[in-house]
Design a protein around this ligand. Structure first.
Ligand code: A3D
Length: 320
C-alpha cells in the first residue's frame, strides 16, 4: 500500500514542527509548501537528514508551487502571520483572510479529497473562510484549537494535583479566544469530576478558577515569553493527533472547530465542540448538555466568533 501524503501549507514554526512529528510517527510522505523561497526546501532537507538517526522512512519535499500538494490525503494549514506581544488573534484577520483565499484555491485545485486541518488565526473565522474558499465538504474541513486549549488545561491541572497528565481529561469549548469555555464539570482526574475534587479538598474553587483563567490566557502567556511569535510545539502536536485519528480511522473524540448545521442552535459557523474524527472526517458532532452558566459563556463565545465571521464577509463580500 502506498504511503499517505501529507501537505503542510506554511513552513514556519508550526509547519516545521508538524513535518518533524509526521515524520517521527511515519504518518506518510510530507510536502512542505510556503511562499518564502528556500524555507520549505531547507526545512524538508534538514528534517529528512534526521530520518536515518531517528529511523523513520518518509519522503520530505519543500516547494513554492501548489502542484506538489497534488493528491494529498491530509492538508494542514498554518500559512499566514502569527501574533506578536500586544496583538489579539483578531488583529490578524485581514491579512490571514487573503492568505486563506489563496490556500483555499490551491486545495480546491490539487487536493479536493483531502482532510483539511486549519490552524491559522483567528481560527474559527479562518477555518470558516477556508471551507468556503476551498469548496470542500464541511465534514472534511476542521479547525484545530480545542485539542491545544484542552491540553493546556490538562497540563495545568496535572501540575496542580501532582498526578500524571495521562489521567487528566479535560475539554474546552467555544471559540479559540479569550471567551473560550473550559468545561470544568466535564473534566476529570481518572473519571473524578473537578467539582468533586474541590469537595475532596484537592484544591479550592478559587484556585480552580485561576487555572481556568490561565487556560484562557495560555496562548498569550507563551507569546509574552517568546516575544517574536506564538506557540508552536503544542499546536503542532495537537493537529497531528487530529490527522492521525483521520488517517487511522481511530474515531477519537476530540474538541475541534467544526462546521455546525443546527447543533447547539448554530448554523453555518465553526465553533469548538466535541467531535468524532474518523475516515469520513468529522463523523459526529457531540451535543452535550450545558447548564445555565456554561450556556451563557458558550453563547458569549459564539457571539465573538460571529463578529469575526461578519468582519470576513465585509472584507470579502463573495463570502456573504
Ligand atoms: P510562522 O512561523 O510565521 O509561519 C507562517 C508561515 O506562513 C511563514 O513561513 C510564512 O512565510 C507563511 N505564509 C505567509 N503567507 C503565506 C501564503 N500566502 N501562502 C503560504 N504560506 C504563507 O507562524 P506559526 O507557524 O507560528 O503560526 C502559524 C499560524 O498559526 C498563525 O496564524 C498563528 O496565529 C496560528 N496559531 C494558531 C494556534 C491555534 O491554536 C489555533 C496556535 C498557535 C498559532
Amino acid at each position: 500500500m502506498a504511503r499517505n501524503k501529507i501537505a503542510l501549507i506554511g513552513a514556519g514554526q508550526i509547519g516545521g514542527t508538524l513535518a518533524h512529528l509526521a515524520g517521527l510517527k511515519e504518518l506518510g510522505d510530507i510536502v512542505l509548501f510556503d511562499i518564502a523561497e528556500g524555507t520549505p526546501q531547507g526545512k524538508a532537507l534538514d528534517l529528512v537528514e534526521s530520518s536515518p538517526v531517528d529511523g523513520f522512512d518518509a519522503k520530505l519535499a519543500g516547494t513554492n508551487t501548489y502542484e506538489e500538494i497534488e493528491g494529498a490525503d491530509v492538508v494542514i494549514v498554518t500559512a499566514g502571520v502569527p501574533r506578536k506581544p500586544g496583538m489579539s488573534r483578531d488583529d490578524l484577520l485581514e491579512i490571514n483572510l487573503k492568505v486563506m483565499e489563496q490556500v483555499g484555491a490551491g486545495i480546491k485545485k490539487y487536493a479536493p479529497n483531502a482532510f483539511v486541518i486549519c490552524i491559522t488565526n483567528p481560527l474559527d473565522a479562518m477555518v470558516w473562510a477556508l471551507q468556503k474558499f476551498s469548496g470542500l465538504p464541511a465534514n472534511k474541513v476542521v479547525g484545530m484549537a480545542g485539542v491545544l486549549d484542552s491540553a493546556r488545561f490538562r497540563y495545568f491541572l496535572a501540575e496542580e494535583f501532582n498526578v500524571s497528565v495521562e489521567d487528566v481529561t479535560a475539554f474546552v469549548m467555544g471559540g479559540h479566544g479569550d471567551t473560550m469555555v473550559p468545561m470544568v464539570r466535564y473534566s476529570t482526574v481518572a473519571g473524578i469530576p473537578l467539582p468533586d475534587l474541590v469537595k475532596m479538598g484537592w484544591c479550592t474553587a478559587e484556585r480552580l478558577e485561576e487555572i481556568v483563567q490561565r487556560t484562557r490566557d495560555g496562548g498569550a502567556e507563551v507569546v509574552g515569553l517568546l516575544k517574536t511569535g506564538s506557540a508552536f510545539y503544542a499546536p503542532a502536536a495537537s493537529a497531528i493527533q487530529m490527522a492521525e485519528s483521520y488517517l487511522k480511522d481511530k474515531k477519537r473524540l476530540l474538541p475541534c472547530a467544526a462546521h455546525l448545521e443546527g447543533q447547539y442552535g448554530i448554523k453555518d459557523m465553526y465553533v469548538g465542540v466535541p467531535c468524532v474524527i474518523g475516515a469520513d472526517g468529522i463523523e459526529r458532532v457531540v451535543e452535550i448538555e450545558l447548564n445555565n452558566d456554561e450556556k451563557t459563556m458558550f453563547d458569549n463565545s459564539v457571539n465573538s466568533v460571529e463578529g469575526l465571521v461578519d468582519a470576513c464577509k465585509k472584507i470579502q463580500p463573495a463570502l456573504a
